[in-house]
Design a protein around this ligand. Sequence first.
Ligand SMILES: Cc1cc2nc3c(=O)[nH]c(=O)nc-3n(C[C@H](O)[C@H](O)[C@H](O)COP(=O)(O)OP(=O)(O)OC[C@H]3O[C@@H](n4cnc5c(N)ncnc54)[C@H](O)[C@@H]3O)c2cc1C
Length: 570
Amino acid sequence: MKTRTTDVLILGSGGAGLFAALHAHRRAPDLKVTVAVKGLLGKCGCTRMVQGGYNVALGAGDSVERHFMDTIAGGKWLPNQELAWKLVNVAVERIHELENELGCFFDRNADGTLHQKPFAGQTFDRTVHKGDLTGIEIINRLSEQVWARGIERLEEHRALELIRSRDGQSLAGVLMMDMGSGEFVLVRARAVLLATGGGPTMYRYHTPSGDKSCDGMAMALRAGLGLRDMEMVQFHPTGLLAGSQTRMTGTVLEEGLRGAGGHLLNAEHERFMDRYDERGERATRDIVSRGIYSEMRAGRVTPNGGVYIKMDHLGPEQVRRQFKGMVERCADCGFDLAGGLVEVVPTAHYMMGGVMFDEHCGTSLTGLYAAGEDTGGVHGANRLGGNGVANSTVFGGVAGDAIAQWLAGAGRGFAEPDAESLEAAVVRYEAPLGRPADDLGAIREALYEVMWDDVGIIRSAQRLQRAQQRLEELAGRLASAGVGSRERAYNVTWHDWINLNNLIEVSRVITAAALARENSRGAHFREDFPGPGELEQSAYTRVSCADGQLRVTFEPVAFTRVRPGESLLD
Ligand SMILES: Cc1cc2nc3c(=O)[nH]c(=O)nc-3n(C[C@H](O)[C@H](O)[C@H](O)COP(=O)(O)OP(=O)(O)OC[C@H]3O[C@@H](n4cnc5c(N)ncnc54)[C@H](O)[C@@H]3O)c2cc1C
């Protein structure tokens, strides 16, 4: 097998991966740093898709304590408080770095200060943005800086498996596939960063980019690491619903539409949100998603099976001016957002759960670091809009610094990879090439259906148990499914098999954690246990895997800075 070596291997080129590369390089310019990515650097992942913006406490009257309290309250007391504290503090440093060192231009007020807009769940307007295309600005500037330095790139290389050392005590490298040739490549590294960005694309309606299939979480699980808070999957209430024939279905219509006074109507053209929350359409994402889903379950649905958003009462001209991008997106799909009705549906947006990591981005496996949406613990039961890109850029930079520092220590050489597990992984990945083709599209459809119907917005023990059984059947079917060709170069069916394998594995983890949590917090709602449980006894789920069996345990949340009922604010 082809082998490469690098001091630092970074998996993923979103906000987390690119920041890590720049920081590791800055701290230790002599280190060989390699960014390996499933797509093209700068063109893939969700950071590029960020619309709304970046949360940071900068404004007069705001404070990191206030941002922290919003994050803890939004996360329903489940966040790891040290991680959340680091997020809000380093976000201030990071936004200056983005502007002053990396060259990002964000929108400004007339007096030259950064413009910060309101976002749901926040007690202060703290979301920095570049129009509603903030992610493109961040990723373009980060990519330019990475290209300008001696940072190696392995594009269209997907990570398949984390390979431990022969003694099992540390990470030796990563089994990857060069997607252009379909050849396996072992990349040996002294340290690896997992920054592949999660992505709940196992749900029928979802927002993340198509390259995301929970690869990092699945690899970590198979390597023996624990995943936390996996039941916490955030749904954005207003995904565009334009039928199954367009990939635009599921994409986000931004929160500002509801914020500005947009109405949600069911098929009978009645406003319904007041029945679910006194804030109506302006309630938080989880509540509005549940309201919409309840209407859908009651059968009060639009032709494509969702509800309507209506804006014309705000004045069509005003809507066209204020939401130009959204109006155009809807027009592309035949809807008139400014003057008519647009069909919408809740859409899976973000995973609050992920790999357990510490404030220096270290994990329980020596040599493996993690950052960004692959990790769990920062957001608890809910992620505030604007805290996602802050999370990936803050902890990406932290990881780059920590890796460089760690590698400067003694005895941090290359470990010998465990040949047996490497060989076993290759056999597993080659298996579908030789088998007759199965209908992977049908398996994906079945996965969408299970996750949407039984592990979605409103859950119950009965549905979750049914999902467990159906997911086991799907895993069995995929395990014996072939891809119908031995062609390796850009074999997208093969990649789809690998994507599905990871998605089904992580779906099983989400389901196990959701079944174990017998209360309702944030994004996780059990109709058989609608109460939040005792906040003082808050515990998070940890799922691990041994011999193919998932194990869920509860670990108490350490209230290291503030307890339920208390506040850091005067
Ligand atoms: C439509 C949309 C709008 C959003 N808007 C906002 C917002 O306004 N504010 C906010 O805070 N957050 C927002 N988010 C969330 C935000 O995008 C994410 O929280 C964050 O950017 C994730 O960064 P990341 O670096 O962890 O992952 P990503 O940016 O997704 O990067 C992951 C990288 O890993 C690569 N990869 C995946 N699998 C592999 C593999 N097996 N091998 C190698 N590489 C791999 C991908 O190709 C990609 O390069 C939005 C998300 C979406 C989808």
